[in-house]
Structures are given as structure tokens and as C-alpha cells.
Design a protein around this ligand. Structure first.
Ligand SMILES: [Zn+2]
Length: 185
């Protein structure tokens, strides 16, 4: 049996009792979650998300890379257009996790081999210390002038051994971060 065949069978069971045709495009929790691609950290499971609850974006390491920043900015613009330019707040939640494969990107030799053999540079995704890189990503969001200030940002660390989440950066408005110019705590 192929993986796709398994997925199609599971979808047939899902569609048999499907009852969510009228969900609004704006997520109910007004949240955008950035999580790692790791199969063990699916936000739908660890946060008990239902369909329509949250936007979920994923990449290797859940790092706020330039392409992810573009996604956030595009989503902000789209939401604001859909809501008639009301600048209604929504929350951007960064979720890294322990025992992440992106910790290997911190090894210069691993990065060098990957770049040499595939042409892919993962230096912006390297994770030496999860607390540090979460704060760095909050700062990347704060420091990009294209990011609207009415967005709130928070950073969490999920523990794959216990299923628990640590709040590393409590929710704070980007405007507030910019006004105080304090280091991200
Ligand atoms: Zn990971």
C-alpha cells in the first residue's frame, strides 16, 4: 500500500461525515501558527485545533526565514483587505520544539556539506539554542518595516518528551516592541 492510498482511504472516512462547508476564511482563533515540519509536532494535535481555528505554516525548524516573513506580510495584507482595512489584531505564534532536526543546521560542517551537495543554504534556519532563536525570530518580525504593527507575536517551545509547551515570549504587539526598543525577553 502506498502512502497516498492510505491518505485517500482516511480522507474517504473524513469526507463521509464532513460538515464544515460554511467555515469562514478568517480563522476563529485569529491566529497564525508557525511550526516545524516534524511529524511529531502537528499543531492540530498539540493545540487541539479544529478545522477553521488557525492558519498553520510549517518549515524546517519553524524559523522565520525571509520566505516565511513574506508569507506573514502577505497574510496580514489579505486579512486586512478581507476585513475592510480595520487593522483588527491577530496573533502570530512561533512554535519550536525540542530534539528538532534543525539543531543540526547549527553545525557548520553539516551546513557546508548541504550547500555543496544541494545548493541549499540553511544558515538562517540554524538553531543553537531554542530560547535564543525564538527571541531572534520575534526580533526579525519586529525589525521588518513591512510587518504591520497591529500584529501580536508570541513564541512557544514544545517538549516532544512530555507534550508540554513553554511560553518563551508572552504575546506582545509588534507596535509595542517597536515603541519600547527593549531586547525581546
Ligand atoms: Zn523540528
Amino acid at each position: 500500500m502506498t502512502s497516498t492510498k492510505t491518505l485517500l482511504e482516511r480522507n474517504a472516512r473524513f469526507a463521509a461525515s464532513f460538515d464544515d462547508a460554511e467555515l469562514p476564511i478568517i480563522p476563529k482563533l485569529r491566529s497564525v501558527i508557525l511550526a516545524c515540519t516534524d511529524a511529531r509536532v502537528d499543531p492540530a494535535h498539540i493545540f487541539g485545533l479544529e478545522l477553521g481555528d488557525s492558519v498553520v505554516m510549517r518549515n524546517n525548524g519553524a524559523r522565520l526565514t525571509p520566505s516565511m516573513l513574506d508569507e506573514v506580510i502577505t497574510l496580514s495584507y489579505l486579512v486586512d483587505k478581507l476585513e475592510g482595512g480595520s487593522h483588527s489584531p491577530f496573533e502570530f505564534v512561533l512554535v519550536q520544539h525540542t530534539k528538532c532536526g534543525a539543531e543540526r543546521f547549527a553545525d557548520p560542517e553539516f551546513r557546508r556539506m548541504l550547500l555543496e551537495q544541494t545548493g541549499v543554504d540553511v544558515s538562517v534556519s540554524a538553531i543553537e539554542d531554542h530560547h535564543e532563536s525564538l527571541r531572534e525570530d520575534v526580533a526579525r518580525l519586529r525589525d521588518d518595516p513591512r510587518v504591520p504593527g497591529h500584529i501580536t507575536v508570541a513564541a512557544l517551545l514544545y517538549d516532544v518528551d512530555t507534550g508540554t509547551v513553554e511560553e518563551v515570549v508572552a504575546p506582545v504587539a509588534v507596535d509595542e516592541l517597536r515603541a519600547t526598543r527593549q531586547p525581546v525577553m
